[in-house]
Ligand binder design. Structure first.
Ligand SMILES: [Zn+2]
Length: 153
């Protein structure tokens, strides 16, 4: 699963904030082992494997802590091949970086806002406006504090 930097389309009126993939037929369990060029690995060995297959199903599931959905793509696997570990190093590193960056994306913003709203409802912002600092240094202010004018003033 990874989060996305920009919000995706809504589904049934709910924002789609994350995407994921599932590979239920990637072999193992009841599935046949996929044929690959002959090689031998030992327990604990790592391999870099490329998989190819069509997206067969899409499902939306609710996220645990925020009002939003994850769009899960279920892929079938028709081919697999083992490649040199070096082959994908750059792509995997770049993806890991994008995922780390997106951690401060709409999902985190949404989470921060819903936590602020909950704290606001509990009266935690009675004395001063609520705000949290995200990992990237950006400050998110409580949406409730901003919409309700301070009655004391
Ligand atoms: Zn507040």
């Amino acid at each position: 699963m990874s989060t996305v930097a920009e919000p995706l389309d809504n589904f049934e009126g709910m924002p789609v904030l994350a995407v994921g993939i599932e590979l239920p037929t990637a072999s193992g369990g009841l599935n046949e082992a996929l044929a690959v060029d002959p090689d031998t690995w030992h327990v604990g060995d790592e391999a870099t494997i490329i998989l190819r297959g069509p997206c067969k199903k899409i499902r939306y599931e609710p996220l645990a802590k925020v009002h939003g959905l994850r769009r899960v793509h279920v892929f079938g696997i028709e081919q697999a091949t083992v490649v040199d570990d070096d082959f994908a190093d750059e792509m995997l590193a770049a993806q890991a970086e994008r995922i780390a960056e997106s951690k401060r994306g709409p999902l985190d913003d949404e989470l921060a806002r819903s936590e602020l709203t909950a704290a606001h409802e509990e009266g935690a912002h009675d004395d001063e406006d609520g705000a949290v600092e995200l990992a990237n240094g950006e400050i998110i202010r409580c949406p409730k504090c901003r919409t309700e004018p301070d009655e004391a003033e």
